[in-house]
Design a protein around this ligand. Sequence first.
Ligand SMILES: [Zn+2]
Length: 287
Amino acid sequence: MPNWRFWEPSSTPPEPAPPERAAVPGRAPLPPPRQIAQAADPAAAAKLTALRRRRESMVYDLERAEAARRPDNPWSERIALLDESQATVTQDLAELAAEPHQPSWPLPPTPVTDIWSEATEPVTVTFRIGDEAFQFAEAIDWDQRGGPVVRGDLQQLAGDATRLVPADTPPERRAALAQHLVDSVYAFAVGLRDRVLEGEAPPASITLADLAEPCPICGGWQEWTGACPECAARVYRRQRLRAEAARITAERAAEEEDRHKWSERLPQARRRLADLDAEIAKLTDPA
Ligand SMILES: [Zn+2]
């Protein structure tokens, strides 16, 4: 509530005096500002102001150098956090290496038939795998403004690769195999599109088994080009984790180096501040 009865004394208690600055061992405590006598002539006053400004940054340096020698310092706090992150990354890498390999097996040699593709625009690719008829066509939004032609994405117009999953597939592996076949059939269609554009004949005697070779490394299935998406995903995750581990190691070393640098500065910081204080004392108390 505002004190509108101005004739009555305010009930606000007077502000407490600021506490005395604690003396730091090895360093003279700062004199309270009011006790510093002002220099008489303007030139000396300007010099004094400059010296006091320099003193502020020297005090900051000294405090940092002293902190660097204490057992619990800001650097070691950050290093502890980095060590926690590093432990998590190490654990993630170990889990990735120990990731169980699901079993895979060869698929029946159902022939891929009726392969047809034509290099007219848009490029269309059709083929059959068993009873399933597939058709893909390039999206017609490719760049026509001159320069290198940017091919449009291949879009699937007909066929369902999930119907190629053999009936005797164990239930727990059906989803993984279905997804692999969807991706592998698409990769096959892209391969056919690229061949017709290069003027090459389509590959001969391809079967469903070629679109899903068991991968000896991860236990998944490979595409007909030999590429294994599961292996590629694992390699990518491992690379990301290793890069993260290297970044944390570098950051930790930089923190340690910075702490060491400040710690080494302590004697010099004390000496410089003492010299400056002597200079200020000469200006403020010439007698
Ligand atoms: Zn693999």
